[in-house]
Write a protein that binds this ligand. Sequence first.
Ligand code: GLU
Length: 449
Amino acid sequence: MTTPTVRVRFAPSPTGYLHVGGARTALFNWLYARKLGGAFLLRIEDTDRARSSEENVQVILDGLAWLGLDVDEEIVFQGAGIARHQALADRLLAEGKAYEEDGAIRFRMPEGEIAWNDAVYQRISFQGGDIKDWVILRSDRTPTYNFTVVADDIEMRITHVMRGDDHISNTPKQIAVYRALGHEPPVFAHVPMIHGPDGKKLSKRHGATAVGDYRVKGILPGAMRNFLALLGWNPGDEQELFVDARDLVEAFSLERVQKKSAIFDLTKLEWLNGQYISRTPPEELYALVKTDLDDRGLTAAAVGRDRLRRAVAVQSERARTTLELAERVAIRFDASLIRRDAKADKLMAKDPEGFRTALRAVAERLSTIAEPDWTPEGLETELRGLAEARSLSLGAVFQPIRVALTGQTVSEPANVLLELVGKDESLRRIRSALVWEPDVSGIRGEPTE
Ligand code: GLU
């Protein structure tokens, strides 16, 4: 006897956006199918005609494609199966397993226990007698969710139904329909809901809930996929980073899907994204930020191809999103984008004279460097020499340079930064910073470090 191949499906309603919870469910199904060499199917539950526009369907397809979740076989549109749903309801009616009432067809819930071994929750049991008979076909002959889902899962030969645990209360009704139609129910795996950091169900109050929004925010698809995989699934060992999707497929198992709700932690998503950004070849990253940089006038023609590429490579170590990456690169080539942050003001306010003295000394020393020596190595030697000659710590020289050139205290090494910004522009920025007055309004009263 051959074991039937695993066949799973993602069954979203086209509501106009792909919710991160839906995307996570799709991902788990996809991972399971890929791991077991099965099929991952997509069924669009488009019975609500008003909301089921082509654009809404496209949003789902785009989201899945962006996440790299390729779909096997033709997409099933639930609405196309209505005649089949009606015929099945009529059959149950004819067999006495359903009855007519006010023009609708109502399913007769059997008495007795309805239980299943959930792949996540283990045994779940309901009493059929506790569940009221329910409508499977409305008086206008449109079928209802709990009925169509079973009819279609049978038709699509689905072996495992993996979906949000908010569907647990639907499952006994669905199992009863399987039995009434003479079919074995599939394996059910109810995956935990996603909550915000406050423990409440994830909603727009917590921020963006649509996958497309994260794409716009500069999250890379691999990072999003990696992040979603960790929402409710525990990889077991220390590893959380699965840059290669094949490793994720390999590691995934239903046994490690958790019951307790998953917390959507944006900081973690950004951290993961930063990891992905720093592992992406600069050439690819540049393609992702090119439009943004072009729009700011920072084209390859204006800045130089190599310099742009190098800036992208250097900033890829520190950016958490591609938007931030573009911003960091842009600041290096356009001084008008500099916005001093609170840490920079704090540094200046701590010792305004020291800040200026250091910058004056830096400007004096650097202005003597010939263009060919304006290299990271040459600059490093000069800056170290300067610190030594003035009995200054390296930080007392490097930090003011960072602040003057970027408005921030955190950046690439000062010598690399100077090289990227270029000699003339670096000196211009340093001279401008000499007349800066620290804005202490936001930092007064803060405990000192
Ligand atoms: N359309 C349903 C939903 O989005 C499908 C549930 C299921 O997977 O059975 O919740």
